[in-house]
Design a protein around this ligand. Structure first.
Ligand code: B12
Ligand code: SF4
Length: 463
């Protein structure tokens, strides 16, 4: 059976690597293990270090385990570092999977399907890959991977070749994510808002998924208008049990919209409660429900994150959010009344942004005062409607799309603003972005620091 090493691409600049495991590779590991393959999961932040001044990744070469198949995951924001790791790895065959590979290979823009954007890898694999990657590893053992579904590669002329797509995995029959293979110790704490500023940086909370897909159509999102596919309650319970046994006390349930079915959401809350797990989830303000929120709070839900995005009704319309600033305020208040942390995810710089709309954003924040805010700059990530149809938004995707680092985090500069919008200059956008960040720090106090600030200078805990 193939020896397989799986890991994410490093994200030192993007979020706090001490807080997030990678669920996609743990699902793959669960399926490969069930099929009898010898799987190792690595934490990319244990085998690399980062020089923040020079923005350079250092690889700890002695920790790269030789293997048959190397599987690396990446989003558009961190694929750059994944390529670097792949080039250095002593593996017989190297495969890139995850959001970036999927949305470029399945996307409409031929100019981005270039070998140089994927160098270091022998193959790309698109879509959810529990079954196709298992097929790939089986094929490796038999010496033939040529028929594996969802597989892509470049021919000698540099053109992308693609095998036919496979069906999406049947979620209710999937093996559970192999949480026990995750090498970094978990953090046993509640991880509430106050932890953003300190303890949150000191260890892993865990993530779970109870369902994949989202029926909504937000135009900046790669998951928009996808079918919901649910795990069974038994599967969810299996995940909760495994996490509790590993000493986890708080879990982020990363379903796109956790509260989409109120009764199901209550059953999930019961399961978490029965295993002594605090949890957090994400929702939308069109799904606010006092009874549900009270129930969640009583069962140990410590935080709900709302995709608020903006304080301007015009901008919410441009994003096709289907919400209004007033509804956003009402949803946040309802959540706050239960004692749960109400976090607002916010997005600046979407096409049609103006100085006036940024003023509205700031005013909304000051009037509403969510408990915490995740303050982000829009980038047209592959998979989103803006990426697929830039012309509809009056923008152009620059030809050198991936020569630039795609994630800005707290370090928003004119350099890091990827798009030139016709409605606001880069200079004004950056200036107001920074000013509003200061407003959030001053008036709300909890910008989502689970990302960068906490971990500078710290090494991940070693198992
Ligand atoms: C949880 C999450 C996060 C977390 C944790 C990230 C992490 N370490 O996993 C946090 C909050 C840190 C985060 C940050 C960001 N995220 Co995020 N995130 C998600 C989210 C909601 C869930 C990911 C997940 O666990 N999915 C469940 C598992 C089962 O699916 P999966 O990871 O995709 O894995 C499957 C397949 O992709 C494939 N696969 C994955 N890896 C591999 C590897 C191999 C070898 C193979 C063969 C297959 C394969 O098989 C897996 C099993 O089916 C997704 C949206 C979503 N619904 O998936 C966005 C998503 C991945 N994030 C996205 C973005 C844009 C970001 C940020 C850039 C946001 C920002 N501005 O800061 C950062 C960058 C992070 C980074 N690592 O680069 C986009 C990516 C779009 C793109 N083109 O790359 C997504 C798709 C959101 C969206 N709908 O637009 N994110
Ligand atoms: S942003 Fe959230 S609600 Fe909107 S389409 Fe994406 S996952 Fe669905």
């Amino acid at each position: 059976m193939a020896k397989v090493c799986l890991l994410d691409s490093p994200s030192w600049l993007l979020f706090n690597p001490l807080s997030f495991l990678h669920l996609g590779i743990l699902y793959l590991a669960g399926s490969l293990r069930r099929a009898g393959h010898d799987v190792r999961v690595l934490d990319c932040h244990q085998i690399t270090a980062f020089d923040h001044e020079k923005k350079q990744l250092t690889i700890k070469h002695e920790l790269l385990e030789p293997c048959d198949v190397l599987g690396i995951s990446a989003t558009t924001a961190n694929v750059h570092w994944g390529k670097q790791l792949a080039k250095a790895w002593p593996a017989k065959v190297k495969v890139l999977g995850g959001a970036h590979a999927t949305y470029i290979a399945n996307g409409p823009h031929e100019q981005f399907k270039r070998p140089s954007y994927f160098d270091g890898f022998d193959f790309l694999m698109v879509q959810e890959a529990e079954e196709s990657f298992r097929e790939f590893c089986d094929g490796f053992d038999k010496g033939d991977v040529s028929k594996v579904s969802n597989l892509c590669w470049f021919n000698e002329l540099g053109f992308m070749q693609k095998n036919p797509p496979g069906a999406l995995p049947d979620v209710p029959s999937l093996a559970p994510p192999a949480f026990d293979l995750w090498p970094t110790p978990f953090y046993g704490g509640k991880f509430t808002t106050s932890d953003y500023d300190g303890r949150g940086g000191q260890g892993m909370t865990a993530q779970m998924f109870s369902a994949r897909g989202c029926p909504y159509g937000c135009r900046f999102c790669a998951d928009a208008r996808t079918k919901i596919r649910e795990e069974s309650y038994e599967q969810i319970e299996q995940q909760a049990r495994q996490l509790a046994e590993l000493g986890v006390t708080c879990v982020r349930i990363y379903d796109d919209v956790l509260t989409i079915k109120a009764e199901r959401c209550k059953r999930i809350a019961d399961i978490m409660h029965n295993y002594g797990l605090w949890f957090r989830g994400n929702t939308r303000v069109n799904l606010t429900d006092q009874g549900l929120f009270d129930y969640l709070a009583s069962k140990g839900c410590v935080e709900l994150g709302f995709g608020v995005e903006h304080g301007s009704a015009r901008m919410l319309k441009a994003m096709d959010k289907g919400t209004t600033p007033e509804k956003n305020t009402a949803g946040i208040k309802m959540c706050q009344d239960t004692g749960m942390v109400a976090k607002a995810y916010l997005l600046a710089g979407f096409p049609a942004e103006t100085l006036e709309s940024l003023d509205e954003m700031e005013k909304w924040l000051l009037d509403t005062k969510p408990c915490a805010a995740s303050w982000n700059l829009f980038q047209p990530y592959p998979g989103s409607d803006v990426w697929v149809h830039p012309e509809r938004y009056g923008i152009e995707l620059p030809a050198n799309a991936f020569d630039k680092f795609w994630q800005t985090g707290d370090e928003v500069t004119e350099e890091s603003v990827y798009l030139q919008l016709p409605t606001i200059s880069k200079r004004d956008l950056v200036r107001r972005f920074r000013e509003i960040a200061v407003t959030i720090d001053r008036e709300i106090g909890h910008r989502d620091r689970a990302r960068t600030d906490n971990y500078y200078g710290r090494e991940p805990l070693m198992a």
